[in-house]
Design a protein. Structure first.
Length: 365
C-alpha cells in the first residue's frame, strides 16, 4: 500500500538517489525500487511499460506540455522513464519481400538502434463470421489470443445488425501467429443491466497470410538521437526485397526560412507550429499499434521572429518542439496580419533532432 507522510513528517525517498530525474535525448531510467510513485513528467519524457508479448517498451503515460501528476505502481523492472526525442522507435514496412524462411538481420544506417523482424503469421483482413449470435445491444469487444512471444498482437472490432454480429474489422493484422487465432467476443458490461438484453453465441474464424514475408518489424532499442532519418537494411533470412521506413520520435529544434517563404506584413507575435510527419507510403501489413499509434504526437509551439514584417530564423524561440513520427509540415499558426498583401500561410522547413534534455519529478508515495 502507498505510504503517505503526515503533518511535520518529510516523505522518504525509499532508496531513490534523488527525486529529480534529468534525461538527455535517448536516455532511459528504470523506475526502481518497486513501489507506488507520483510522477510529474517533463514534456519530452514518457512512462513506458515493457510489453512481454511483442518485446518492446510501450508508452503508457507522460509526454505532455501540461502533463498532470501521474500515480502508478512499478515492479522495479518493467517500468521506466524514457526521453526518446530524436530516436528511431518503430518502422513502417513498405515492401514485405518474398522467400523469407527466417527473420533477416535488420541494421540501421545510423544511431545504433536495434531491430527484430517477424516472418509470416499475419491475420487476413477478411474475417468470417460463423455465427452472429443473438440479443446484442452493444457491439461486443473483439479480443484475439496472443501470438507466441516476440509476435505482434492482433486487434479488431465488430459491427451489429439486428442484434447480431455482422462483420469484424481488423485494425492490427498482427504478426508471428503459428495458427489462426479465433476471435473472442466479450459482452459490453452494460448488457444484462437495467433491463438491457445480453447477447450470446457470436463466433468467427480467421485465416493467416504473409508466409515468407516480413509481417512485422519492431524496434527493441531506440539507440542514440539523430538529426536525419536513418535507413534500414535487411540481410539474410533466405528472402529478398524487404524494405521499411523508420518511424521517429522527432522534435523540432528550429526552423529554416528562405526569401520565397518568408512572407510579408506580419506584426509580432507570430506563432508557428507543425503537423503530420508520418510516412505517406501505405504499409504492407496494417499494425497500427506498432505504426501510426506508436508515437504520442504533439504539435510544436514556436514564437517566430520578424525582420521588417517577414519571418526570419534569427531570434526564434522554441517553447515546445512537439513530438512527431517524421519531419512535419510547418506553418504559421496565428499572426497579427495588418492588411492586404500579407502572406498568412507561410510554410517553413523544420530542422529535426532531439537534443531536448528533460527533467521530471519522481517521488515514492
Amino acid at each position: 500500500m502507498p505510504l503517505f507522510a503526515g503533518p511535520g513528517v518529510s516523505p522518504n525517498l525509499r532508496g531513490l538517489t534523488s527525486n529529480i530525474v534529468s534525461l538527455q535525448a535517448g536516455q532511459v531510467q528504470l523506475i526502481q525500487p518497486a513501489g507506488w510513485y507520483q510522477l510529474k513528467p517533463g514534456k519530452y519524457t514518457s512512462v513506458q511499460q515493457f510489453d512481454p508479448i511483442t518485446g518492446i517498451w510501450r508508452t503508457i503515460g507522460g509526454g505532455s506540455t501540461a502533463a498532470p501528476n501521474e500515480y502508478f505502481y512499478s515492479d522495479g523492472q518493467n517500468y521506466r522513464l524514457a526521453n526518446q526525442t530524436g530516436c528511431a522507435v518503430g518502422a513502417l514496412i513498405t515492401n514485405a519481400g518474398t522467400g523469407y524462411t527466417s527473420p533477416p538481420v535488420v541494421t540501421a544506417s545510423a544511431g545504433g538502434s536495434l531491430w527484430r523482424a517477424i516472418v509470416g503469421g499475419a491475420i487476413n483482413t477478411s474475417v468470417t463470421v460463423v455465427n452472429g449470435g443473438t440479443g446484442y445491444t452493444y457491439p461486443p469487444i473483439v479480443q484475439f489470443p496472443a501470438p507466441p512471444a516476440g509476435g505482434i498482437q492482433a486487434s479488431g472490432y465488430c459491427t451489429l445488425s439486428a442484434g447480431a454480429v455482422s462483420s469484424v474489422t481488423i485494425t492490427d493484422q498482427g504478426a508471428g501467429y503459428a495458427t489462426p487465432p479465433a476471435p473472442v467476443f466479450v459482452n459490453d458490461p452494460r448488457e444484462g443491466q437495467n433491463g438491457v438484453s445480453f447477447g450470446i453465441n457470436a463466433s468467427a474464424v480467421t485465416t493467416l497470410t504473409g508466409a515468407g514475408t516480413i509481417t512485422g518489424l519492431v524496434c527493441i532499442d531506440h539507440g542514440l538521437p539523430q538529426t536525419t532519418l536513418p535507413t534500414l537494411a535487411f540481410a539474410g533470412g533466405g528472402g529478398s526485397a524487404a524494405a521499411a521506413t523508420t518511424i521517429m520520435c522527432w522534435s523540432i529544434t528550429s526552423y529554416a526560412v528562405s526569401t520565397t517563404t518568408a512572407g510579408s506584413g506580419y506584426v509580432s507575435p507570430v506563432v508557428i507550429s507543425g503537423y503530420g510527419g508520418f510516412p505517406a507510403t501505405a504499409p504492407a501489413y496494417t499494425n497500427i499499434t506498432t505504426q501510426s499509434q506508436l508515437v504520442k504526437g504533439r504539435s510544436a509551439s514556436i514564437l517566430g521572429a520578424l525582420i521588417t514584417g517577414a519571418l526570419t530564423a534569427t531570434g526564434q524561440t522554441v517553447f515546445d518542439g512537439g513530438v512527431y513520427p517524421g519531419a512535419p509540415t510547418m506553418y504559421v499558426q496565428s499572426a497579427n496580419v495588418p492588411g492586404a498583401g500579407a502572406v498568412a500561410g507561410v510554410f517553413l522547413a523544420p530542422n529535426m533532432g532531439g537534443q531536448n534534455n528533460d527533467v521530471s519529478y519522481l517521488s515514492p508515495i
